[in-house]
Design a protein around this ligand. Structure first.
Ligand code: TA6
Length: 307
């Protein structure tokens, strides 16, 4: 049975006065808006998609394209797309949705909580149906727990209720807002092996910097990353659990121009640092088992620029 997503119904059942409410968002898509003593955030039920996160007194942490479409069944450009049960193209059938179907599906509200200490938690769920089984022949239960406070904690738990193991890849494909991509550095991947389309890949030397398109899948790393942003005078720390891959992406100008939902000049203000399991880091979940992919995002001022 699909959930009644009319905001009034959702507010009656799940609204938390002073913490969380539901309203029609862009394109009329149902959105949970969260505001507590520490931060504000918004989460679209279409795609289970965190749209925004902003600790009070800070610049927005997540980037969202001015040109993003907000249409049921289409991916949103920015925020935190949920890539599951495969990352990038489907391994056998490129006609299947890029980055899987979870970000295209409508998620249900499982619960909302005002936690001790003032944080707010929203839990969303997605389970298999005929449409997903046509794309991927497995029963599954996904739960997305979004906890908003001074930090943003996102936990994607995949459960296997079926009789056979299944193997999946995926990512919390987070788009971060930066002052000027050519002036940032992403620390934490030094010495990590990476794959990059159109190259032989390599081993990261020092921080990742940007003067062209960068689209790298770093493998076998559980390291936290830090985005050093001298223009916004801040560091964004992306810690993770249940993830062996990190993807770093900026489309630069040519790829930005080829994407209709990405402004030609918008590449300068964003970088993706994605919490993933992809390539050889695929995850196999046994019958009755579960796997949790977590990102914890924290912002700190860095008034003197890069350390
Ligand atoms: O995560 C990097 C990437 O795989 C890039 O190659 C680019 O395609 C990006 O994902 C966005 O994919 P999307 O399907 O959202 O346009």
């Amino acid at each position: 049975m699909t959930q009644d997503v009319h905001p009034n119904r959702l507010n009656e059942r799940y609204g938390l006065p002073g913490h969380l409410g539901f309203e029609p968002g862009p394109g009329g898509l149902p959105v949970a808006t969260i505001e507590n003593a520490d931060a504000a955030a918004s989460v679209c039920l279409a795609g289970g998609h965190v749209l925004s996160f902003r600790p009070h007194g800070a610049e927005p942490v997540l980037w969202l394209s001015r040109h993003s479409r907000f249409e049921s069944g289409r991916p949103i450009r920015g925020g935190i797309p949920v890539c599951w049960p495969w990352f990038a193209a489907h391994p056998e059938d490129p006609a299947k949705p890029f980055h899987g179907f979870a970000r295209l599906a409508h998620w249900s509200v499982l619960g909302t909580e005002a936690l001790d200490g003032g944080n707010t938690r929203l839990r969303l769920g997605l389970t298999d149906d005929e449409a997903t089984r046509r794309l991927w022949p497995h029963a599954f239960e996904l739960e997305m727990a979004v906890t908003v406070g001074r930090d943003l904690h996102v936990a994607l738990t995949a459960r296997n209720p079926g009789p056979e193991p299944f193997t999946c890849t995926g990512a919390l494909h987070t788009y971060f807002r930066v002052g000027e991509v050519a002036r940032i550095a992403v620390h934490g991947l030094n010495g990590c092996r990476y794959r990059e389309a159109g190259t032989d890949g390599g081993v990261q030397q020092g921080p990742v910097t940007f003067d062209r398109e960068v689209d790298r899948l770093y493998l076998d790393t559980d390291a936290a990353c830090t985005i050093e942003d001298p223009v916004l005078a801040r560091r964004i720390r992306v810690a993770k659990a249940g993830s062996r891959s990190t993807v770093v992406w900026n489309p630069w100008i040519d790829k930005a121009r080829r994407m209709p939902d990405f402004g030609d000049d918008e590449y300068t203000g964003m970088v993706c640092v994605e919490t993933a399991n992809a390539g050889t880091d695929a995850v196999t979940i046994p019958p009755g088992g579960a796997h949790c992919l977590e990102a914890r995002i924290a912002v700190e001022p860095a008034p003197h620029g890069p350390s």
